[in-house]
Design a protein around this ligand. Structure first.
Ligand code: N01
Length: 544
């Protein structure tokens, strides 16, 4: 059936990745739909993002009870989160529990990276190749590869000469790193940087933070959760998740309906103050509805955070360097932290502003910038990821007539609904570019795609269809819609990874869908209800 004599296995579906997406998809296709499934995972166990990102302080910004799979209500009742925000070890334990509970590892192949996937118009099947020599033929190919899974380590002159160990936050050693008595240099002050800097500072002899762009951050107000509060959530879980699914960002909070500009300064500051005290997403979502769209409204929030930075950080020169001025609050990923700005009051922490005095080279003993030399024993790269497209581009994915996905996406990713791309039949991307994905609480968006993709496959089985493929025009219209929505927001005013701006040479295209999780779900449901309008359904089954 595969037409390839080297094929090592024939299955209905191949799923790439064993994080939330791969686990959820495997469970659905294999256990609920009875398909044969092979899952490939590069790591040596399940976990995805949470398998790789083990840096000190790593935790999720979504509250723990929202950061879960919902396909089994009993699982939701049984699992007891301990933290307000789930910490990396706990999320990894949770995903391990899900794998154990449903025996999801039995058809997973670990330590194996998918390197190629080639579509055949003759057989209407994919042949998936791996770095371990597998060659698996499948009818459906589903990527659950994450949006932030290709680490970005900038090329800096002399970096190979550094004599101490160096680590990327996204590929952290499983045995951990002991910084006791060490001088540490860290490059990067995004989410990974602001989470790890306070924790490393507590352990290290000295920490040098190399900051190119200061970031806004609000306190997370992290803590433990009580059994009583979790029990209360569990009683209302259906309601909470229904709200999350219909919301803008996959969380159940009520979004404020008020403009920051229609209240007095006193009232506005009182609202921000409450958000600051409550912490986390409440600051952004519970305050005003135009912070993300109106620069005048945004200025009020940005000013408030800058004032807080000046209050917290004792040295005014350091506070000034830590205050973002080149982009509006929220135009980069909003950050929440624990003691981040406070950390710069410690005697053993030095902020090095590499915007005004750029890094010239990494030397065997540290970093030389335009204004001095900084010596340390360990170097940490908190420099982020080639987001959303990086991992796709690393695989040799070929559709009709050998068409390479990375060529089709050379000027930016092209998808219809962020789940499918024209020219690549029966390929489904969980939280692909053009879907809400990274602008949402990921498990909510992941499960929506798992459900929608399984709906397509059920329909194909029922109608004995061979192929399912996005229409070029529908795709063009969707990409235009995604861009148009983004252009009405302040997201376009920052050099963020959402726009590919962190990768030299990457096309500047806003990749996620900003229209909101609820609106997006509705659109996907309408497309399905209308018989998958905007997709071509190939009627000729090879089994016919
Ligand atoms: O990466 P980033 P991240 N020289 O790209 C700097 C998710 N996440 O790993 O801003 C010097 O945000 C760069 O500087 P600049 C979350 O979605 C979630 O921190 O480009 N500096 C920046 O400071 C997040 O947004 C969670 O000027 C260089 C930093 O490195 C995404 O992952 C936790 C440089 C990179 O920041 C990525 O976050 C962690 C260079 N050549 C991550 N290149 C939670 O849920 C880059 N930088 C909490």
């Amino acid at each position: 059936m595969s037409g390839n004599s080297n094929v090592t296995e024939e299955v209905d579906a191949v799923v790439i990745g064993a994080g939330f997406a791969g686990l959820g998809m495997n469970r659905r296709l294999r256990d609920e739909m009875g398909l044969s499934v092979r899952v490939f995972e590069a790591g040596n166990d399940v976990g995805g993002t949470w398998y790789w990102n083990r840096y000190p302080g790593a935790r999720c910004d979504s509250e723990s009870f929202l950061y879960c799979l919902t396909f089994d209500k009993q699982l939701m009742q049984d699992w007891e989160w301990s933290g307000k925000y789930p910490e990396q070890p706990e999320i990894l334990r949770y995903l391990g529990h899900v794998a154990d509970r449903y025996n999801l590892r039995s058809n997973m192949t670990f330590n194996t990276r998918v390197t190629s996937a080639h579509w055949s118009d003759l057989t209407n099947r994919w042949t998936v190749g791996t770095d371990q020599g597998d060659s698996v033929s499948c009818k459906w190919l589903v990527t659950g590869i994450g949006c932030l899974s290709s680490t970005q380590k900038p090329k800096i002159t002399g970096q190979d000469s550094f004599s101490g160990p160096s680590y990327h936050t996204g590929e952290w050693p499983h045995e951990g790193v002991d910084f006791t008595g060490k001088r540490v240099g860290i490059i990067g002050t995004g989410s990974s940087g602001i989470q790890s800097i306070p924790v490393i500072a507590e352990q290290a002899k000295h920490l040098f933070v190399f900051q190119r762009t200061p970031n806004y951050s609000v306190p997370a107000r992290h803590g433990t959760v009580t059994k009583e509060s979790l029990d209360e959530v569990k009683k209302q879980y259906d309601d909470i998740m229904a709200k999350a699914r219909a919301s803008a960002v996959g969380m159940h909070y009520e979004q404020s309906g008020q403009s920051a500009l229609e209240v007095s300064e006193e009232e506005r500051n009182a609202t921000y103050e409450r958000g600051w005290e409550e912490g986390g997403a409440k600051f952004l979502f519970g305050s005003f509805n135009d912070i993300g769209s109106d620069i005048r409204a945004n200025d009020t929030a940005s000013d408030f955070i800058r004032k807080k930075i000046r209050e917290i950080v004792k040295d005014p020169a350091v506070a000034s360097k830590l205050s973002p001025v080149d982009h509006p609050f929220g135009s980069k990923r909003p950050l929440i932290d624990t003691n981040y700005f406070d950390t710069y009051n410690r005697d053993n922490v030095t902020l090095v502003d590499i915007r005004s005095a750029p890094i010239q080279e990494i030397t065997p003993t540290g970093i030389r910038t335009a204004d001095g030399e900084y010596e340390f024993d360990v170097l940490v790269y908190a420099t982020g990821f080639d987001a959303m497209t990086g991992t796709y581009n690393k695989m040799d994915i070929r559709g009709h007539d050998g068409l390479a996905l990375k060529d089709v996406w050379a000027a930016g990713p092209l998808t219809y609904l962020g789940v499918s791309t024209a020219g690549f039949p029966n390929l489904f991307m969980i939280t692909g570019p053009g879907s809400p994905s990274v602008l949402s609480n990921m498990p909510v968006s992941i499960e929506q795609h798992v459900e929608w993709i399984s709906g397509v496959i059920e329909c194909m089985q029922k109608d004995d269809l061979a192929t399912f493929e996005a229409d070029e025009q529908a795709q063009t219209d969707w990409v235009a819609h995604v861009n148009e929505l983004a252009s009405t927001t302040l997201f376009m005013q920052a050099d963020s990874w959402y726009l590919g701006a962190n990768i030299p040479g990457k096309p500047r295209v806003f990749m996620p869908y900003v229209g909101g999780v609820g609106a997006y779900r509705q659109k996907c449901d309408e497309v399905a209800a209308a018989g998958y309008v905007g997709f071509h359904l190939g009627k000729e089954s090879i089994s016919a």
